[in-house]
Design a protein around this ligand. Structure first.
Ligand code: GTP
Ligand code: MG
Ligand code: NA
Length: 453
């Protein structure tokens, strides 16, 4: 067995401390340089084994006992305001495991729930980092980096307070069908979600968090990480035009490898493009891809898992969230072209049947909402990305004549064009607008049951 680096996504509500946590592990200061302290785009950085070893300290010994040790990890930072729906992959998520960051003093917030829904629907295992412990009122500073030790050094009422906060999380998670517990009380890591109190500011708890994460990965995710006979594929995070490089794509290589001589097969909205990379560029270890301290290095090939940039004029118009395959021969090119075409067909819907009309901002959110609507057995007549236009309203109007509960538009994080707005008002077509996936679906379902009652 040859296992690759696990892809670890960090998610949670705005300002829960996702970027600060990664900064603390990497020894970087990305958060301080962000405009308004807000993460705008998904980022990625590679943590080598050495960093895990240093961070975990004496806990690293236990991780070395595993038959299959991970060769570092690839961490993905996400903006709290738009979760991580574009980190998609056929049949699930590009992330192997997640860290759900929760502000200990605020508990679960809208984007915490949103993140959980996505993790649940894509079946991603996760641990909870209960962050900002240093801000618990009365918390005593100490020198230890180990949270189990730091807790012992607190006054009794602080220990009780922390336990209460942990049980609030346990309670919320149990409503959603998860069993969870403070990591030092977990008996079975397979069935219970570990909650690790930490402070990204002081660093306390981070050795345990990383040790739990890597331990889980090495024990339960070997098969997924095994590179034997895996097709080479990735996911497009962002497409840009850069000085001196032209059109580029930031990519997470999930499995396999990419070489300069390989052929890339990737989806656009209405076609599949087949191209060769003009350049493959790799950020340095510990560098955040979206804010590197050093220049990306041109390379001939890269093995998964990795965050990298490719340059090619053909990348113009590729959608973030698109799957990308790497082919080494003609047969592969044909096979992957078909795969992408069928994948796109299942994401974008356009049928004659009665169903709601769904418009979203990205492939990732579209796919997630389609999935959730299917689960609540809501038929869909059309699912696409882009603003709500007049044609959408005309189609909805026709559907409404057959079924008034399906003759509605669900608009996720997109504009409604002026003529569409006019048309919807004159035709009394209901448009549900939202920036949070689950409340979009909840509001629609609530309206249907109210209207039926
Ligand atoms: P978005 O990317 O905007 O969603 O935020 P984020 O989750 O990445 O949070 P970020 O790292 O930007 O931290 C938000 C604020 O919380 C910053 O002012 C941090 O300094 C502060 N912060 C993060 N972690 C801690 C912590 O452990 N303790 C304290 N006291 N403050 C923290
Ligand atoms: Mg951030
Ligand atoms: Na922030």
């Amino acid at each position: 067995m040859q296992i690759r680096q696990p892809i670890v996504v960090v998610l949670g509500h705005v300002d829960s401390g996702k970027t600060s946590l990664l900064d603390r592990i990497r020894g970087t200061g990305v958060q301080g340089r962000e405009a308004g302290g807000i993460t705008q785009h998904i980022g990625a950085s590679f943590l080598p084994t050495e960093t895990i070893k240093e961070t975990c300290g004496p806990l690293y010994k236990k991780l070395q006992e595993s038959e299959n040790q991970v060769p570092g990890i690839l961490v993905i930072d996400t903006p709290g305001h738009e979760v991580f729906t574009n980190l998609r992959a056929r049949g699930g998520s590009a992330a192997d495991i997640a860290i759900l960051v929760v502000d200990v003093n605020r508990g679960f917030q809208p984007q915490t729930n949103e993140s959980l829904k996505i993790l649940q629907s894509r079946k991603v295992p996760f641990v909870v980092a209960l962050n900002k412990c240093d801000q618990i009122s009365g918390w005593r500073k100490s020198d230890t980096k180990f949270i189990t030790q730091a807790i012992k050094e607190q006054d009794q009422f602080i220990q009780t307070d922390l336990d209460q906060k942990i049980y609030d999380v346990v309670g919320t998670l149990s409503v959603l069908g998860y069993q969870s517990e403070a990591f030092y009380r977990v008996k079975d890591f397979k069935s219970e979600i570990a909650i690790v109190p930490i402070s990204a500011r002081s660093g306390v708890g981070i050795p345990e968090l990383l040790a739990v994460l890597v331990g889980l990965t090495q024990q339960y995710l070997q098969k997924r990480l095994d590179q034997k006979e895996k097709e080479s594929r990735g996911i497009v995070l962002e497409v840009n035009e850069e000085i001196g490089l032209g059109h580029t794509a930031n990519i997470i290589l999930i499995d396999g490898s990419i070489k300069k001589t390989d052929t890339i097969v990737v989806a656009k909205r209405d076609s599949v493009i087949i191209t060769k990379p003009k350049a493959i560029l790799l950020p340095k270890p510990l560098d955040e891809m979206r804010d590197p301290r050093d220049k990306f290095k041109p390379v001939q090939s890269v093995d998964a898992a990795a965050g990298l940039k490719i340059a090619s004029p053909d990348l113009e118009g590729v959608l973030p969230g698109s799957t990308l395959y790497i082919a080494s021969n003609e047969d592969d090119v044909k096979k992957y072209t078909k795969l992408i075409e069928s994948e796109m067909k299942s994401v974008f819907i356009d049928t004659e049947t009665n169903g709601v009309v769904l418009k979203c901002d990205t492939i990732g959110s579209l796919e997630a909402i389609v999935e959730m609507l299917r689960r609540s057995q809501v038929p869909i007549s059309k699912a696409d990305i882009g603003p709500v236009n007049r044609r959408d309203i005309m189609e909805t109007r026709a559907i409404k004549e057959n079924d008034r509960h399906l003759g509605v538009v669900l608009a996720f994080n997109v504009k409604i064009l002026p003529d569409a707005k006019e048309e919807s008002e004159s035709g009394h077509i209901k448009i549900f607008e939202d920036k949070i996936i689950y409340s979009l679906i909840d509001n629609y379902n609530a309206w249907v049951s109210e209207d039926t009652a």
